[in-house]
Design a protein around this ligand. Sequence first.
Ligand code: AMP
Ligand code: GLY
Length: 422
Amino acid sequence: MKVLVIGGGGREHALVWALKRSSSVNEIVAAPGNGGISRIARCVPVDVNSLEAMVNLVAIEAPDLTVVGPEVPLALGLVDELEKRGLRVFGPTKAAAQLESSKSFSKTFMQRHGIPTAEYALCTNLDEVRESLLRFPLPVVVKASGLAAGKGVVICETRLEAESTAAQMFSGALLGSTETEIVLEEFLTGEEVSFFALCDGKHAVPIAAAQDHKRVGEGDTGPNTGGMGAYSTDGLLTPAMRQWITHNVAQKVVDGMASEGSPFKGILFIGLMMSPRGPMVLEFNTRWGDPETEAIVLRLETDILDLFNASIDGNANELAIRLKPGASATVIAASGGYPGKYASGLPISGLDGDDRDGVIVFHAGTALKDGQAVTAGGRVLAVSAESDDLEDALKRIYRRLEEISFEGMQYRRDIGHRALSR
Ligand code: AMP
Ligand code: GLY
């Protein structure tokens, strides 16, 4: 069968890599893909911000299945458009994707369905912000309601700072686009865990837990990024906690969305804070995480196509999702200056024989120029490995990273530090 994967980051390289291993898949097209994906699949250009362009591409390529990677096409309603045409597509509809695309929707949804999350206030103007701020202790978290690629959350130490952050979100000065709704949130402490569940509109089936590293600098310092590395181990959650989250968060989401007339299909990515009051949902994403996916696919023993089909066909409850015991990790090699301004088009050396010593180099932001891989994004490579234990996986990843270079390359040397010090 022929599969079309929408997107062009490290997550999509990992999804294409996993699909390549499926015995039922004989053709993979990625749109737009990237330099690394083009070595294992045909890449075709598409603007993932244009619903029309993506729908036209699907009509031309006529895949048996379309897999949507990033959040923007989901929020635009790509799944709805393809379903309307009777096509098979993996991912949630626009209404279901609101769990990610609108924090105001997801916070009120959690409240309606008794899903544990931080106290919050929804504000549509600065007067409401000023008044609501008085109810929150400091620090307080200020969030843009819409999609903001990881830049829409600011932890504020003073009410003045919170007010001015909100003002900049409303005016568009902070994120480039104006926000009509802002969420003020109680600041939570604890360890963050990402939990991934496969959903089919009726059932939520756990896949894996992972831990991301959002800050650019070692020791979790500096500005937030899309994620500088991630790992997945069995030990991240106890079996009891995994079951608790599946029942009290993932299945509640699926039941709640179904009862509200927007059944949730696809990946539910739950961002959790393991707070002293118990697990609290920080956010939902309605797609695979990046870079969590680069680590998780290395442990996935079940054919990934079975996951996609079960989600579409509504029988995920019959699927036993098997992961290799042990651990996997991924470390992002990013452009100098990321998450701020960075240069593109810089040649990358040391990629020859991309995958060896059990280490797989997924490409996140690369392009091929006359056969030479060059940088083409903030996050450039996701160097990944799987092993019986995390320390070994990381050792091999860092050894491989020493062979790779491009001007300004930066990466964190402490990915997995929390797990290693436990
Ligand atoms: P979000 O996009 O909502 O997951 O927020 C991005 C990051 O901001 C999270 O991964 C946390 O590190 C931090 N964050 C968000 N909400 C809170 C909160 N209520 N308390 C503490 N940290 C938070
Ligand atoms: N790694 C966080 C995300 O995919 O949003």
